[in-house]
Design a protein around this ligand. Structure first.
Ligand code: ATP
Ligand code: MG
Length: 572
């Protein structure tokens, strides 16, 4: 392709809200154009990169035996009513009506559509397993679309869905998809980590996320430096800490006692006053849980030096969402803020206690009475308590696999695979006959890759202060042949020749033949766009010499005209 024929609107201006390098550079280098909140058009270079990534994803999915299909971007709301997600997806699900008043949604994911496709078409275990996938537009009305392609409202996703007769076969496919995903991210040249994950609104049991490691990533991942353990903070666990093990000097607990803690409402103050570590106290975190049809005040109790992990907490009470409860709501619920504890809490208040505190003795906690706390509590005396893992693992906590000191790192969620089980097939009454002739709901898995997010993720991992640095697998063109002054016929001729020779050699090339752009401008476009190599045809052409520039290192190498194509073949 020739620059003079291509639409590549580069600019010095970055969008005002662009904090990420990928957002700034993809806009500045003319890859993408924002049209609305979280909605982007792909311009020619952006489209080439998107298609390259899509092609890799497709190739590896096909190699794994999955079948490509295409679901409508618009799906009937009735599917979502059948599965129950019309209500549980919340505001991310964009619903609308047609002229006949029939409800539809813009697909945010397609479990319902695939079940509808397979239902009554696969009727026997003999026709299982099957894995169907598409690479198609999704729409999620995200609360805070941001960071360019990272968190759009409209985005491109590869979504695959597998159907199985047995749980073992689902696990086999799940492992195959994990291996396939690893191949995809490796081919894209990404540094990534596979981690245990929460299953979110999609549901199901086991799930794993594929995290592209980057400081700008929105996800916190907990990793062990000494073993393979890695998990999204939403799902991370640690070796349980136990009070008795820590405070060996503490004798067997005395009986619980109420003590005056005048005006002491924080964990810090109470622990100081009682001369105990914060870990020997119980903290109450009061939230408002949002459900399909109602809301409820819920209290979560965690160890005083722990923090509540909201996703875990939300799952524990099976809420759609948790929000902060305000003072009035707390009072109205009959909770004494600052002095809230699990003993003698007003009847009817829903509360959950962190799993690690189960049967713990000797802790201090609020006495549900202003200015009073209990000491020497014994949690084993509480009846009918719900214990759940509620806490956010902290750096330095011990790895539950090997005891190593856990660390945090940041990642971009580039993919997510789920063992769904029978959730959707049961809800939508999609069944097959098993080998005993018995009717069973399909056992399903689902597997997503954020294809458009990957465009941004590649650049988050690979850029410098001048712009993008594409890898071989992702570059819009491998070589940018820059004619310094296209008004000079000999330069332009040499440029054309190298360009044609490179094309014959099978190397994707763009020729910067623009007559009215100066050399400096062409060079900064090369750096901003990030083609892996440039060939600069300039002053030394009369001596038969040109220059190869490596975008990543910015190193220059002078080379004779006859050698340049061979040299590039070698480099690439
Ligand atoms: P996130 O936690 O980032 O909101 P998610 O867990 O809701 O993502 P999934 O339902 O697992 O996302 O979707 C599969 C993949 O689609 C994700 O791993 C991610 O790469 C991509 N994806 C999800 N939401 C967006 C978005 N708003 N913009 C771009 N890509 C997205
Ligand atoms: Mg996810």
């Amino acid at each position: 392709m020739k620059f003079s024929q291509m639409f590549i609107p580069t600019t010095k201006e970055a969008p005002k809200d662009a904090t990420l390098a990928s957002h700034q550079f993809l806009v500045r280098a003319g890859f993408i154009s924002q049209t609305g909140s979280g909605i982007y058009d792909f311009m020619p270079l952006g489209k080439i990169v998107l298609e390259k990534i899509r092609a890799i994803v497709k190739e590896e999915m096909d190699n794994a035996g999955a079948n490509e299909v295409q679901f409508g971007f618009v799906t009937p709301l009735s599917f979502w009513e059948e599965s129950g997600r019309a209500n549980t997806m919340g505001n991310e699900l964009l619903k609308f009506k047609d002229r006949k008043n029939t409800g539809y949604v813009l697909s945010p994911t397609n479990e319902e559509a695939v079940v509808n496709m397979v239902k009554n078409r696969i009727t026997s275990y003999k026709d299982l397993p099957v894995n169907l996938y598409q690479i198609n537009t999704k729409f999620r009305d995200e609360a805070r679309p941001r960071f360019g392609l990272m968190r759009g409202r409209e985005f491109l996703m590869k979504d695959a869905y597998s159907f199985h007769a047995t749980e073992e076969d689902l696990i086999r496919e799940f492992n195959l998809m994990e291996a396939t995903y690893k191949k995809i991210y490796t081919r894209l040249g990404l540094e990534f980590r596979v981690v245990a994950a929460d299953s979110g609104a999609i549901g199901g049991s086991g799930s794993k996320e594929f995290m592209v490691l980057a400081n700008s990533g929105e996800d916190t991942i907990v990793v062990c430096p000494d073993c393979e353990y890695g998990a999204n903070i939403e799902a991370a666990t640690r070796k349980p800490r136990h009070f008795n093990a820590w405070f060996e000097n503490t004798n067997a607990p005395q009986s619980m006692e109420k003590v005056l803690t005048q005006d002491l409402t924080t964990i810090e103050d109470v622990a100081n006053f009682l001369s105990i570590p914060k870990a020997q106290t119980i903290k109450a975190v009061i939230k408002k849980a949002i459900y399909e049809t109602n809301t409820q005040i819920v209290v979560f109790f965690v160890r005083g030096d722990d923090e509540l992990e909201e996703t875990k907490a939300c799952n524990a009470v099976e809420a759609l969402e948790l929000i902060d409860a305000n003072e009035d709501e707390i009072i109205e619920a009959g909770i004494v803020a600052g002095y809230c504890g699990p003993f003698g809490l007003k009847d009817g208040i829903t509360y959950v206690i962190d799993k690690e505190l189960e049967d713990e003795v000797g802790l201090a906690c609020g006495a549900n009475e202003a200015n009073y706390h209990f000491i020497n509590s014994d949690l084993s005396t509480l009846k009918d308590v719900k214990y759940f893992d509620l806490i956010a693992v902290q750096e330095g906590d011990s790895c539950s696999c090997c005891g190593g000191k856990l660390e945090y790192t940041k990642g971009i969620e580039a993919g997510h695979i789920f063992q769904l089980g029978t959730k959707y097939a049961s809800a939508m009454d999609a069944k097959f006959l098993d080998n005993n002739g018995k009717s069973q709901p399909f056992i399903m898995g689902c597997y997503g890759i954020g294809v458009s997010r990957l465009v941004a993720a590649v650049i988050e991992q690979s850029h410098d202060e001048k712009g993008c640095i594409w890898s071989k697998e992702t570059a819009p063109y491998m070589v940018d042949v820059i004619v310094s002054n296209a008004k000079k016929e000999d330069e332009l001729n040499a440029g054309n020749k190298i360009y044609n020779d490179l094309k014959i050699a099978g190397i994707s090339t763009i020729l910067d033949d623009r007559v009215n752009a100066r050399f400096g401008f062409k060079m900064s476009d090369f750096e901003l766009i990030g083609f892996p190599y440039a060939v600069v045809i300039g002053k030394k052409l009369p001596d038969g010499l040109v220059e190869i520039v490596n975008r990543k290192t910015l190193e220059k190498e002078e080379i004779s005209l006859d050698e340049v194509v061979n040299r590039l073949k070698k480099l690439i």
